[in-house]
Write a protein that binds this ligand. Structure first.
Ligand code: PGA
Length: 246
């Protein structure tokens, strides 16, 4: 039985006082019978770590460099994330693939860098609306995952995978449980061909997960939790989603 994982992706939202209130609300609402984490903007990681001391809520970042260290202005290494105590780092989010032109290979290299420092990469894959309408959903997500499998080889079992259809992110258009489960099953099968650990790996769904649709999604056989954007910014909403995963 896989324990569910719910991860809040704060994206570029928040400030010190709003974050403190959000984290206080989560502390009050928890604990849950699921693994829970928040992935916060870089400048707030240290303060989040402090606020969550002694709590069952993990924390992480939303990106990392594929490089180890050096002259890469503006980049943040996975060694730095590990130094701050991050458990997770999101890599390959569709917003980074789209706005920063991150390739499948770069995403795979970032995942490798994170693992090298003991930070679990949450690797995002997902198709655009045009790709879905062209019947390319499977092709796209399998291509994105294949780059990661090829790069990580025997370590692939250490990642968390997240299926996030681009057309469902921040749009209020959630994939139906059937649509999501179908893609999760494809991804699980691809992982099974690569590692004996596939059945223990967590595949999260992300894209307009809300308090009122979380339970249905999490009830699907291959959906092991969620990557939550908008609804992670309100303690009350996020805690309902965490409870749905419990
Ligand atoms: P959303 O974002 O829940 O606001 O759709 C999810 C994500 O981008 O991870």
């Amino acid at each position: 039985m896989r324990k569910k994982l719910v991860v809040g992706n704060w994206k570029m939202h928040g400030n010190r006082s709003a974050n403190a209130a959000l984290l206080a609300g989560l502390k009050e609402a928890g604990p849950w019978n699921a693994d829970v984490a928040v992935c916060v903007p870089f400048p707030y990681i240290a303060e989040t770590a402090l606020a969550l001391t002694g709590q069952a809520i993990a924390f992480g970042a939303q990106d990392c460099s594929a490089q180890e260290q050096g002259a890469f202005t503006g980049e943040v290494s996975s060694a730095m994330l590990a130094d701050l105590g991050c458990r997770y780092v999101i890599v390959g989010h569709s917003e980074r693939r789209a706005y920063h032109h991150e390739s499948d290979q770069l995403v795979a290299d970032k995942a490798k860098a994170a693992l090298a420092h003991g930070v679990t990469p949450i690797v995002c894959v997902g198709e655009t609306l045009a790709e879905r309408e062209a019947g390319q959903t499977e092709l796209v997500v399998k291509r994105q995952l294949a780059a990661v499998i090829h790069t990580l080889t025997h370590c692939i079992g250490e990642i968390v995978l997240a299926y996030e259809p681009v057309w469902a992110i921040g749009t209020g258009l959630t994939a139906s449980p059937e649509q999501a489960q179908a893609v999760h099953a494809v991804l699980r099968k691809q992982l099974q061909a690569a590692t004996q650990k596939a059945d223990a790996m967590r595949i999260l769904y992300g894209g307009s997960v809300k308090p009122d649709n979380a339970a249905q999604l999490f009830a699907c056989a291959d959906i092991d939790g969620g990557l939550i954007g908008g609804a992670a910014l309100k303690a009350a909403d996020f805690s309902v989603i965490c409870r749905a995963a419990s």
